[in-house]
Design a protein around this ligand. Structure first.
Ligand code: BGC
Length: 335
């Protein structure tokens, strides 16, 4: 197992490599997952996330490729909380922590590198001053990235605040298990342990109603081909799935690409996953150095508490106070 460091103009990239051909690149710009390289069934190693080959592209492309998104990742209706006006950067609503440059496009500090018998990792920290993006409280966020010898990659966010504020971060990784974005995500099979999704309005803000997935294209309780499901969803997926369980021994999501044989299993201690299929996301730029951005090129899997939680009873608590630091933990196992 090994950690190497590559210094670029505006960021440092840390590569975590285990003894099973899995390597993960983390950048201190936005605490971003730049790449996750895993072998296919024949041992060919390729990147299973969408990203860029050069560090300067990360500052240019504002669609959160692999980035840590904070303080609050999902949408907040009306962009306000407890009398505080937050950035209105999605119509009159708030998304992805607010206006640029936001936490996702800021430099984080390396606190330590981790090297133990079975684990390697890095801890990055960002101190968000009181008032940033409209949020009260000085919020310290630590992001711990750890890869182990069982091909499990765990991201843990620790929050500490000087005053009550909101904290609901995510990692905005776009997955494509074909490797180096060779094929669309339509070939992949998806399984999500969610009986319900959050209904959203025209601005994609939750209404507060939870809808059953039964007999809808959002029913992924059994393994389902993504291409089949997306053919019934003209706008694709940009949908909060309410998970049946928070922390469980069973994965809450499984994604697999039968052609390459690559599989991903996910666990989270949050109560939802926002799934975004990049439908309609066309761009004249290359991802992974190989392919022009297009619909269905990636599936963003965003673990977090249900979006707009402060405005809907039952959606969960995302208020952090000085007396109650918060920990969010998400793990991704590859095989
Ligand atoms: C949001 C989408 C948005 C995308 C890129 C997702 O988390 O739900 O609406 O287009 O991120 O910013």
């Amino acid at each position: 197992m090994d950690i190497t460091k590559q210094i670029h103009n505006h960021s440092t990239w840390f590569t975590l490599t285990n003894d099973h051909d899995v390597s993960i690149i983390i950048s201190d710009f936005g605490a971003t997952v730049i790449a996750i390289n895993t072998p296919d069934k024949d041992g060919n190693v390729a990147n299973i996330t969408l990203g860029f080959m050069h560090s300067h592209y990360y500052a240019q492309h504002h669609d959160y490729f692999g980035a840590t998104v904070a303080r609050v990742a999902g949408r907040l209706g009306g962009a306000s909380w407890n009398g505080h006006q937050l950035d209105q950067n999605s119509g009159t609503n708030h998304i992805h922590g607010g206006d640029h440059p936001s936490i996702s496009y800021s430099h984080w500090n390396l606190i330590k590198l981790i090297k133990t018998d079975g684990q390697i990792g890095a801890v990055l920290q960002y101190i968000s001053p009181a008032g940033q993006n409209g949020y009260p409280g000085r919020l310290s966020i630590s992001a711990m990235f750890v890869l182990d010898q069982n091909n499990k990659f765990t991201i843990t966010y620790f929050g500490n605040t000087s005053a009550p504020t909101l904290f609901n971060p995510t990692t905005h990784i776009y997955f494509n298990l074909s490797g180096n974005a060779q094929r669309l995500i339509n070939d992949s099979d998806l399984q999500v342990n969610a009986d319900e999704i959050a209904e959203t309005d025209a601005a994609n803000v939750p209404t507060g109603t939870l809808l059953s997935v039964a007999e809808t294209p959002f029913d992924f309780r059994q393994k389902t081909n993504l291409g089949d499901a997306l053919s019934k969803l003209p706008n694709g997926l940009d949908t909060p799935f309410k998970l049946n369980t928070q922390t469980d021994s069973k994965p809450q999501l499984r994604l697999q690409d039968p052609l390459s044989g690559r599989k991903l299993a996910m666990h989270t201690n949050s109560n939802s996953l926002i799934l975004f299929s990049t439908t309609g996301f066309e761009g004249d730029f290359l991802v992974d150095g190989t392919r022009t951005m297009t619909s269905q090129l990636g599936l963003a899997i965003e673990p977090q508490m249900l979006p707009d939680a402060p405005n809907h009873p039952g959606f969960g608590n995302i208020v952090i106070t000085p007396d109650s630091p918060m920990i969010y933990q998400n793990s991704y196992t590859f095989n």
